[in-house]
Design a protein around this ligand. Structure first.
Ligand SMILES: *Cc1c(COP(=O)(O)O)cnc(C)c1O
Length: 431
């Protein structure tokens, strides 16, 4: 099917967007094109491909038919014009910033981010000469004040990891837009089923497809989606997209490719030279996962709402940070940003502190103690004794990983079984 018309609903598009019967065999399911290279029709065809005068397949570091289907599917579900898949969510973040940044430039980022992103932005990107300024995105004046002449992007998560916080994307999008900057939104925890950041002012959307999009904890992957609407030539801030590219005989990406400039740059420069390529097996697993995305997200949300409400009323629990609870300070924002639900990820404060949390994760049977989220299985992690154990107690507290806090990713099992599991383990943990 073609996906040109916006007439199809989400459930249809999650199965069909980007996919057609295989032209060679008629295979109905998208084949895994397990090939490194593609034979050119003739020398002229090869030259046209290498000059970017014709779109086609050259080498699987850049493009692959299985991955192309996934790119088109995610772009369609997000309402973008194009997407570039890569090897992980973290790769997607570097790929997203790469066309925008240069040494000395900065990104203004929310303080509420996935822990690995905080490390990537506060430490690793410095090696490229980039930097991040972290601010509280609820303080819109602070966001405005943090933007300076060297800012090239504004970055946040829609429903922020580890849950319980929803970003006012419309307000932040307006600030970015007024400053002539793209808003980049990590939509991993929400997925396009619960939130479509482009409708709230985002220019670019990034994903860790490792999580809900694949949905079964099998492969890592990432994706960068572009709206195609940002005017890269409106200022001199984005020379990689607006100025002649020496690696392509002076071609100007924005002038030549219009709305597809950013996506083509991601493939022709980003994947070609950084090489953070997704493999076709991973694309296959993620395509399988996306076919049931809406059904899974409905169940994730339904279960998370039930379990968060049960936990909130349990005397062994101090607090539950789930934006889907009526008691959450973000429940109003949820109604505009992600009206179908606040996802399935939240933190829980356990009375009894560190020792009770350790006993809890040791005693649970259905919940797995792992450093992952967004799986069909329910997962739990005690950050203070694992991912955040190198931090001081003060740093742990600031990161939402205090000794008495566990992060829970609710799966799609029977909610009653999950509640029974938590009830038994809390009894053991809290005595
Ligand atoms: C997991 C995650 C990432 C990183 O993705 P990987 O696929 O693990 O590299 C980035 N952002 C969020 C919100 C995540 O949950």
């Amino acid at each position: 099917m073609t996906t040109d018309g916006p007439t199809y609903g989400f459930d249809t598009l999650q199965i069909h967007a980007g996919a057609r019967p295989d032209p060679a065999t008629g295979a109905r399911q998208t084949p895994i094109y397990q090939t490194t290279a593609y034979v050119f029709r003739d020398a002229e065809h090869a030259a046209a491909l290498f000059n970017l005068q014709e779109v086609g397949f050259i080498y699987s570091r850049l493009t692959n038919p299985t991955i192309a289907v996934l790119q088109e599917r995610i772009a369609t579900l997000e309402g973008g014009v194009g997407a570039v898949c890569c090897s992980s969510g973290h790769a997607a973040q570097i790929m997203a910033l790469f066309p925008l940044m240069q040494p000395g430039m900065n990104v203004v980022a929310s303080t509420r981010l996935y822990g690995g992103t905080v490390t990537q932005f506060s430490q690793t990107i410095k090696r490229f000469g980039w930097s991040a300024t972290f601010v509280d995105f609820d303080d819109l004046d602070a966001v405005k004040a943090a933007i300076d002449d060297n800012t090239r992007a504004v970055f946040c998560e829609s429903i922020a990891n580890p849950g319980g916080y929803i970003t006012d994307l419309d307000a932040v999008g307006k600030i970015a837009n007024d400053a002539g900057l793209p808003l980049v939104v990590d939509n991993t925890s929400a997925t396009p089923y619960l939130c479509r950041p482009i409708e709230h002012g985002a220019t670019l959307v990034v994903h860790s497809t490792t999580k809900y999009l694949t949905g079964n904890g099998t492969v890592t992957g990432g994706c960068v989606v572009d709206t195609g609407t940002f005017d890269w030539s409106a200022s001199d801030k984005f020379p990689s997209l607006s100025q002649p590219e020496p690696a392509y005989h002076g071609l100007k990406f924005h002038e030549t490719f219009g709305p597809l400039a950013y996506t083509f740059h991601g493939i022709a420069i980003g994947l070609r030279d950084l090489g953070m390529t997704m493999n076709p097996q991973a694309a296959h697993y993620t395509l399988m996962g996306i076919e049931t995305l809406s059904l899974r997200m409905q169940r994730h949300v339904e279960n998370a709402e039930k379990i968060a409400a049960w936990l909130e009323n349990d005397p062994r629990i101090d607090f539950v940070t789930y934006a889907g609870l009526p008691s959450s300070p973000y429940s109003d924002r949820m109604k505009t940003i992600c009206p179908k639900g606040a996802g399935a990820l939240f933190t829980v404060g356990v009375k009894g502190g560190y020792d009770a949390c350790v006993k809890l994760v040791n005693t649970l049977e259905i919940f797995s103690h792992v450093a992952n989220l967004g799986d069909a299985r329910s997962l739990i992690i005690h950050a203070a004794s694992t991912t955040h154990r190198q931090l001081t107690p003060d740093q742990q507290e600031a990161a939402g990983a205090a000794p008495n806090v566990v992060r829970i990713s609710i799966g799609i099992e029977d909610a009653d079984d999950l509640i029974d599991d938590l009830d038994r383990a809390l009894a053991a943990a809290c005595g």
